[in-house]
Design a protein around this ligand. Structure first.
Ligand SMILES: C[S@@+](CC[C@H](N)C(=O)[O-])C[C@H]1O[C@@H](n2cnc3c(N)ncnc32)[C@H](O)[C@@H]1O
Length: 278
């Protein structure tokens, strides 16, 4: 088959196909590099410097070892080609016959996507969650999951099949995972509800009570409660999720521990949002 294919395709097509395959098998380098940039605070460093920074600035702020600045440049090039950072030639670069220190030759900035990783309501916590070893490793079980019989009581998620418990249960057992899950859910919910309020705020008109079903720690519900102080907001989630969050209620925000399949507190409207799903 391969020999026949080799005779059918042009050398150009062959090279393009091999490059495409490499792109796929190395796809994880893109997401792990993004997580690395977030872990090292690179988007925040660019933001703090007024929106642009040289490689030398970034290496200094991110405390990259001087011997590895060339590797940092490669990672920045990958993330620039992937739409996270912009690159522009720094003023004066290239005017000196190549004598310029090339760590100062390029200014890195943030694309619109990159800007969602910094500042108010930023989404940077979703990177350490989605690129967490427990989440990523569950995808190695995809062939077994696809070919196995569903459990009699309903489908078992890929995560459950790989780790023997749900993500919420894992969050209870592994504090590190619990932290990245909580932070990702909070960031996702807060931004999502802000967007809904800005873009579709009229849907809240005339509503005097809302119950947010499966609201986790209620981060998104809190955004609604703050924007509409006259709406009585209720968070409903399982006891293990409501737990400590319940202590942080507000005048128009309360928490109810319960199972949505048993009962849902009465309200004018029900909010059901599912986010941060791998
Ligand atoms: C993926 S999180 C979504 C949290 C939040 N709504 C968001 O979009 O970020 C799903 C939530 O549903 C909750 N949940 C799952 N089963 C539930 C049930 N039977 N009753 C109430 N909440 C439930 C989980 O505890 C978890 O907090």
């Amino acid at each position: 088959m391969t020999l026949k294919l080799l005779m059918e395709v042009s050398p150009q097509e062959l090279l393009e196909s091999l490059a495409e395959l490499q792109n796929h098998v190395l796809g994880y380098v893109k997401s792990t590099s993004l997580k690395c940039a977030v872990d090292l605070g690179i988007p925040a460093a660019i933001h703090k410097r007024g929106g642009t920074a040289t490689l030398a600035d970034i290496a200094a702020d991110a405390k990259v070892h001087p011997a590895k600045v060339a590797d940092l440049r490669r990672m920045m090039a990958l993330l620039s080609a992937s739409g996270i950072f912009t690159t522009t030639a720094a003023a004066g670069a290239g005017d000196d016959g190549g004598a310029t220190d090339d760590t100062a030759a390029v200014q890195y900035g943030l694309t619109t996507t990159g800007r969602f990783l910094v500042g108010w309501r930023n989404l940077s916590p979703v990177a350490p969650f989605f690129v967490n070893s427990l989440i990523v490793s569950s995808f190695f079980d995809l062939p077994a999951w696809l070919t196995s019989e569903p459990a009699p009581a309903g489908a078992v998620s890929l995560f459950e099949q790989a780790h023997g418990c749900s993500r919420q249960e894992m969050a209870g057992k592994d504090a590190g995972f619990g932290g990245v899950l909580r932070d990702a859910m909070t960031a996702d919910s807060e931004l999502f509800l802000e967007v809904i309020i800005v873009d579709k705020g009229r849907i809240f008109r005339g509503v005097s009570s809302i119950v947010d079903v499966g609201a986790g720690n209620g981060a998104g519900t809190r955004v609604v409660a703050k924007a509409f102080p006259r709406i009585k907001c209720t968070v409903l989630d399982l006891p293990q999720s409501v737990g400590q969050a319940a202590a942080a209620g507000d005048d128009n925000l309360s928490f109810v521990a319960g199972d949505m399949f048993e009962s849902i507190p009465p309200a004018d409207a029900v909010l059901l949002k599912v986010g941060t799903h791998p």
